[in-house]
Write a protein that binds this ligand. Sequence first.
Ligand code: ATP
Ligand code: MG
Length: 579
Amino acid sequence: MRATALFMPTVKDDPAEAEATSHKLMVRGGFVRQFASGIYIFLPLGWRVMTRVCRIIREEMDAIGAVELSMPTLHPAEVWQASGRYSAIGQEMFRLEDRGGREMVLAMTHEEIFAWLAARELRSYRDLPQIWYQLQLKFRDEPRPKGGVLRVREFVMKDSYSFDLDEAGLDASYQKHIGAYDRICARCGIEYYRVESDSGFMGGAQAHEYIAPSTAGEDRIAVCGGCGYAANVELARSVASEPDGATTHAQTKGEGTPREVSTPEQRTIEQVAAYLGVPASGIIKALVFVGGEEPVMALIRGDHTLHESKLTRYLKYEARAATPEEVKNAVGVEIGFVGPVGLPVGSKVRLVADETLRPAAGIALEYVAGANKGHIHLAGVVVGRDIRPEYADLREAQDGEGCPVCGRPLVIKQGIEVGNIFKLGTKYSVPLNATVLDESGAERPVMMGSYGIGPARLAAAAVEQRADERGIVWPKAIAPFDVHLVQVQAKDGTQTAVALALYERLCADGWEVLWDDRDERPGSKFADAELIGCPVRVTVGKKAGEGLVEVEPRHGGERDEVSLADCPEDVRRLWEAAD
Ligand code: ATP
Ligand code: MG
C-alpha cells in the first residue's frame, strides 16, 4: 500500500499524561487515538495489527476444534440476575434502560449468555463436547482506565466457552486451551508466563493467567527459575525466611506472660522496631478488616505484607480495611497500637494469623504486639499461649523467598495479564439451567470453562517488551506491514520507477509492503519507519540510478547495499532471521 493512500498520522510528541511506552508509541506511530477516557479509535495501522493478532487467535481456536459465533452486547438484566452477578458486580457494569423502562446491561463478559444458549440448544451428552468462541466487544467501566489500550472501557476480547459432560471432559477442554494460548502468545512474539491464578472466593476450580512480563503491567507474579512454579502473588505460596534472631525475640519455654512497654508516638512497624531495638520480624502486625458479621484482625509478621485476596479467599467474603473510626470502635484504640492480646472485654474480633506465626513444636517465639492501649506495646507475646488464632496463608510472597515446590529462590515480576483461562464447573450452568441428559437418561448440569484473551493487550504487550529508543519493533507475525519501502525523494523519477518495480515484485512475492511515497523530508520518513517498526526496511535513495538499494532489519543489525535483482532474496533472508 502506498503511504499517500493510507491514513497514517504520526506525531512527534508523546500524548499528555502517557506513562506506558505502548501508549506513547501507539499514539505517535499513528496506530490509535483516544476518543474519550478509556475509549480508543484504531487507525488503519492499528487496525492492521489487530487484524493480524485476531487472525492468529482464530487459527489457533479453530485448530482445537472451537467454532466461531457472535453474541449480542446488549443484554436484558434478567440473564445477569439469574446468575446473581447483576447485584454482585458493582460500578464496573454499564447499565441502562430501554424505552419501556426495562433494565439492560452492556456486555462485560458473556458467561451468562453462552450458558443461556447452551440451556436451550444442548440436550444430550451426544451434543457434547462443544467449544464456542467469539471476538466481540466488552464494556467495563474500569475505575482507572490507563496505559493506552492496556486498560480501556470498551475492548475486543476473544472469549470461548467449553461445555462438557464431566470433570474429565472439562479438563480436556482446558488442556486444549492451554495449547492454543501457548501458541497464540508464542506466535504473537511475546514473552509470557502461564501462572496459577485466583479463581475467586467460591474456590476450588482451577485457573491460569497468561502474564507478559513488563513494568507497564498491573499484575505481580512469583516465578521459580528452578522448577517452573509460577503463580500470581494473589495466591503464590512461598517459604518465608526464619525471623531474625534478637534478644527480645527470644525462644522461651513458653513460660511467663506478656509485659507492657512504653512506646510513645511509635505507631509504625519501623518506628516500634527502631525504638525497642527489635527486628521487624519480631513484631506482630495487626490489621483490622470489616465486611462480615464481626471485625477480623489479621496478624502477620512485621516484615511481611498481607495480600487482601488471600484474606478474602480464606474468609469467603470480600473484606475491606477498617477505617480509623471502625478500628477504634472495634478495639478501642487508634491504629498503631492495635494488637491481638488484651482486647476489650466483650469485643467480638475474629483473629486470623498468617501461617508463619503458627508455633512450631517445642519452640515459643516471643513477639512484640500492640497492647490496645495508647502508646503502649506488649513484649513477650507468645502465639498459641497468649492468643489462639485461626491460621491461614495471608502474606504476599516476596522476592528471594523459597519456592514452595523446590525451595529455590522465587523472583517477583511485574506483568500484563493478556489472557485468562478458568474452569467454571457448574457455576453458570446450574442457575441458567444448562443441563443435558447423560447416558443413563439422568439430567446433569453441563461442566463449563471460560477462556479470555485480549488482542489489543497482546499487541501492546509486544510493544512494551520489544520497543527501543527509536520506536516500536513489531514481532514479524503482527507487524502492520512486512516491509517498509522508503522512497527518499518522492519527486525523483528514477527513484519512483525503481520503487514501483520493487513494490510490485515484493507484493508478488507475497509480502505486505508499505511504500512511503510521501513528499516529506527524508529525516522524518526514516524516523517514521523506525517509529512504526515493520520488520524489514528497504530504502530507495541516491543510488537507485545505479540499481542499488539498502535493506535492513528493524531490530538492529547490518544494513546491506544490494542490487535490485538481489533485493527480494535479501528481504526474505532478513525476514526469516527476524523474530
Ligand atoms: P484485569 O485483572 O487486568 O482487569 P480481568 O481479569 O478483568 O483483567 P478477564 O475478565 O479475565 O480480565 O478478561 C480476559 C482478557 O480480556 C484479559 O486477559 C485481557 O486481555 C482483556 N481485558 C480485560 N479487561 C480489559 C480492559 N479493561 N482493557 C483491555 N483489555 C482487557
Ligand atoms: Mg478486570
